[in-house]
Design a protein around this ligand. Structure first.
Ligand code: NAG
Ligand code: NAG
Length: 185
């Protein structure tokens, strides 16, 4: 997820690329999305709880814009020890504003698709992005977060993730709050 973890990713890839070696668990608290033009981009994801601690994400991502250099993405990650709104501080683990195509070749390939690839029909690319990115209503069915491509160590607490996908004609924001706890062995 974060450039300075790439050496770690390479090392862990030598062992087992499919199992994340994280020392933390995460429990989603909420997820919401807002689009300024739902005819162009619409993320509609909800959380399903299973038992006491389990969860899934299910929903759709309606993508109706051309993939080109005008599509930008940015991710801000805030952390709070208590979960109180006033407590959230921006962390250095954010993704600076960049073109979506750059993002496909890095974070999307190394993290997003390794977590959501099996439960969705989101586009997959062998190595680098090769057009097209089809315009489509993508489906996510009972997705979980396996931690692949994410830091091995994370401070416990509440994390707020704010993703902004922007394009000259539409802005899509997705906000999620997750609680991170040390993994129980
Ligand atoms: C995308 O698919 C979902 C589930 O089939 C449907 O409810 C939704 O209306 C579709 N969205 C668009 C924009 O077609
Ligand atoms: C998303 O990014 C665009 C372009 O930088 C900006 O105009 C917009 O205010 C951002 N929206 C949010 C909700 O951060």
């Amino acid at each position: 997820m974060f450039s300075y973890f790439i050496p770690l990713l390479i090392i862990s890839a030598l062992y087992d690329d499919s199992a994340a070696k994280t020392s933390w668990d995460c429990e989603p608290k909420s997820i919401s999305a807002y689009s300024t033009n739902e005819n162009l981009l619409k993320v509609d994801v909800r959380m399903e709880r299973v038992g006491r601690a389990g969860f899934f994400f299910t929903g759709t991502v309606f993508w109706n814009i051309d993939m080109d250099e005008s599509v930008m993405v940015q991710l801000e990650l805030y952390r709070s020890t208590t979960g109180a709104e006033s407590d959230y501080k921006l962390t250095p683990m954010s993704i600076p504003r960049q073109t979506f195509i750059e993002y496909i070749n890095t974070y999307y390939r190394d993290m997003v698709i390794k977590n959501l690839g099996e439960c969705s029909d989101l586009p997959r690319y062998e190595d680098q992005y090769v057009p097209p990115w089809p315009k489509k209503n993508y489906t996510l069915t009972r997705c979980t977060i396996n931690g692949v491509g994410m830091p091995e160590v994370l401070l416990a607490g509440f994390y707020k993730i704010k993703v902004n996908i922007s394009h000259p004609e539409v802005n899509q924001e997705v906000k999620a709050i997750v609680k991170v706890t040390p993994k129980m062995f």
